[in-house]
Design a protein. Structure first.
Length: 90
């Protein structure tokens, strides 16, 4: 396990409910997950890796990564039928 010490502005947690250490831990973990997905999609868009590999690097299933990619305006090069099947769309 990594231990991290950082200095943050006093008001960084204003408006967030809960124990400050838990809120910071949650925020950091969510940020890391977001960065993994973003970087994996960037590598995919640059043609450096396949969509399947991007899914592996992001640590999420391809259908979940595809939904996130679409929300960012990125269209994975998978067939429309496959995507509809994965998303349960008729």
């Amino acid at each position: 396990m990594k231990k991290l010490t950082i200095a943050l502005p006093d008001n960084i947690l204003d408006g967030l409910e809960g124990e400050k250490d838990m809120v910071l831990e949650e925020a950091l973990l969510e940020g890391i997950r977001f960065l993994k997905r973003k970087r994996a999609l960037n590598k995919y868009c640059d043609g450096k890796i396949s969509f399947g590999r991007a899914s592996e690097l992001a640590g999420i299933p391809e259908d979940e990564l595809a939904m996130q990619a679409f929300s960012l305006g990125i269209e994975p090069s998978i067939s429309e039928n496959t995507l509809k099947e994965e998303l349960g769309i008729e």
